[in-house]
Ligand binder design. Structure first.
Ligand SMILES: NC(=O)c1ccc[n+]([C@@H]2O[C@H](COP(=O)([O-])OP(=O)(O)OC[C@H]3O[C@@H](n4cnc5c(N)ncnc54)[C@H](O)[C@@H]3O)[C@@H](O)[C@H]2O)c1
Length: 525
């Protein structure tokens, strides 16, 4: 299949070559400079009004050293949410009236600003979310990709779609922005995910109100700063650092047209319910884009190459402490390969390098907060561990020992709940078909993997599995914008994939105009 012209020029932002000592040193220097500036001050932006943290604000802290405050943020209230939506209604009029190409140019400028600040932004994620260097750098690259990709897509979309034409009639189909978009983001991709959702809304001509996660206001502040500096009018983009109630207020607001949410399934489903209300005076039905949680399984067939399987599964399960929505949570292994795989996985898990995110060798950093640590430990204690990492955990920080569990009873919550931490559970299956049955019975359908050397098996499983993203003979994390459009099905999501060709359609409404072009006579003045 060929690439549409608008995308022909799109290239994923190259990641840093961390194997080179000078590159590592430049990151370490960026971290030293950032540390000297902490804590950052993150205001709320309500249109053009800058609300400083002051009393009643809240802080984000370093998960590896909870005493270190990374950002002091203003805590937006429900009244601020209402004022931000009012500003967005004003901002929408100006922003939506600009040509798509002009809006795209603004987003490209924002991408360039992020590019110029990439070391500092990676360092900020490292401190605020304990995101290790390779992942933090990847997050910045993904944010840049979203801006560039949606900018190109929006220009292409603005052309409209070709329709059948017959003599005497002219048909056209164009796309119009919906209005005010509420963007509600999680903390685990603190720059890329809020950036992607906000960029899509803005590229398509909407005004956006961003409510970032309470754990990562600093990264969101940097994003909004870049977008404003690039030329997004302040009324067209507000920032509301705060807690869930601010997100809920945006969802309820009858002036909001689109809600772009990424986060847990519990909150996503609550948003889907709340946004279905259409109170008197609300002249539209809200559109919800909800990207939610998962329980991602990797199937290992009897003929799989275990030299390939072990490092890919370990990295997918334990990288960033298992806190990617795409992370591997379960392995379903063919009984013929099970004993060998378990032995090798146990060995690999026991030597995982758990440590502070700023060490380049760290494979497993701390989890985001105390509550997450307690949750992970609760689940890890539900079985007899086959292996736990043997290195001593650092004395401070929300660390959890990576844990491998096996042969749990079918009704164990470890096998069905999203744990969102470094716990991997292995189950033996008769064959790949049984593994597909197991996955099919789960309510989640986000990512998954299959290791097999039999093409017919790969084809059968790919046709059968309900997953949003299936990865074959490779790790299951690290989707790239434009190459692996990303998002789940079933209870994992009701959006069409981020970083893919359908994504912007959720932020616009199609309008068809049919004109009778037969002669109407000459109007007489
Ligand atoms: N499918 C995907 O693409 C994807 C990507 C990243 C993360 N995730 C999921 O996100 C989760 C981790 O992120 P999290 O802990 O920040 O998720 P979360 O659901 O706790 O929070 C997400 C956002 O929703 C806000 N919020 C909380 N309650 C709300 C309410 N009642 N109404 C409106 N907004 C509300 C939060 O303040 C935050 O900004 C995991 O479940 C993970 O799988 C999914």
């Amino acid at each position: 299949m060929s690439t549409p012209a608008a995308l022909a020029a799109f290239r994923n932002e190259p990641i840093l070559e961390l194997r080179r000592a000078p590159v590592r040193e430049s990151l370490a220097e960026a971290l030293r400079e950032l540390d000297a500036r902490l804590p950052l001050e993150v205001p709320a932006w309500v249109g053009g009004d800058r609300l400083r943290p002051g009393e009643g604000g809240f802080a984000s802290t370093d998960p590896g050293a909870p005493g270190r405050v990374v950002a002091d943020a203003a805590r937006a209230t429900e009244a601020d949410a209402a004022a931000a939506v009012e500003a967005a209604e004003r901002g929408f009029r100006d922003w939506s009236a600009r040509p798509a190409a002009e809006r795209a140019e603004v987003l490209r400028r924002a991408a360039q600003i992020l590019r110029e600040r990439r070391l500092e932004l990676a360092a900020l994620q490292l401190r605020e979310c304990a995101k290790p260097w390779p992942e933090a750098d990847g997050d910045v690259c993904e944010a840049i990709d979203f801006l560039e990709y949606y900018a190109a897509e929006a220009v292409a979309l603005d052309e409209g779609r070709a329709l059948v034409q017959v003599p005497g009639e002219r048909n056209s189909m164009r796309y119009a922005p919906r209005g005010v978009a509420a963007v509600i983001a999680p903390w685990n991709f603190p720059l890329a995910i809020p950036c992607g959702m906000a960029a899509a809304a803005l590229a398509a001509g909407n005004a956006a109100v961003l409510k970032p996660a309470e754990q990562s206001p600093g990264s969101a502040g940097a994003l909004v700063e870049a977008l404003h500096e690039a030329g997004v009018p302040r009324d067209a983009l507000s920032l509301l650092p705060g807690y869930g109630e601010v997100g809920a207020a945006l969802v309820r607001d009858p002036r909001v047209h689109v809600i772009a949410f990424t986060g847990s399934s519990a909150v996503g489903l609550e948003i889907v319910r709340a946004s279905a209300e259409t109170p008197d005076g609300q002249g539209h039905v809200k559109r919800v884009v909800a990207e939610m949680g998962g329980k991602n399984c990797v199937i290992v067939d009897g003929d799989a190459d275990l030299d390939e399987v072990v490092p890919e599964v370990v990295h997918s399960a334990f990288g960033y402490a298992g806190q990617k929505c795409s992370a591997a949570a379960r392995v379903l292994v063919h009984e013929a390969a099970a004993d060998t795989l378990l032995e090798r996985l146990a060995g690999a898990v026991s030597v995982l390098d758990v440590g502070q995110a700023d060490r380049f060798a760290t494979e497993v950093p701390p989890v985001i907060e105390r509550e997450a640590q307690e949750r992970v430990e609760r689940y890890a204690a539900m079985g007899e561990p086959l292996a736990r990492s043997e290195r001593p955990l650092p004395g401070e920080g929300w660390f959890c020992a990576p844990t491998l569990l096996a042969d749990l009873p079918d009704d164990s919550p470890v096998l069905s709940d999203e744990i969102f931490g470094p716990v991997l559970a292995v189950t033996r299956v008769r064959d790949v078909d049984e593994a597909c049955d197991v996955i099919d019975a789960l309510p989640f359908a986000l990512t998954g993997g299959l290791f097999s050397r039999t093409p017919a098996t790969v084809e059968r499983a790919a046709a059968r599995l309900p997953l949003g993203n299936l990865y074959v003979n490779r790790g299951i994390t690290g989707a790239m914008v434009g190459r692996q459009p990303f998002g789940g099905n079933r209870r994992s999501g009701i959006g069409s994939k981020a970083g893919g060709p359908d994504y912007l359609l959720q932020f616009v409404e199609p309008r068809v105009v049919t004109e009778n072009t037969m002669r109407h006579g000459i109007p007489v003045e």
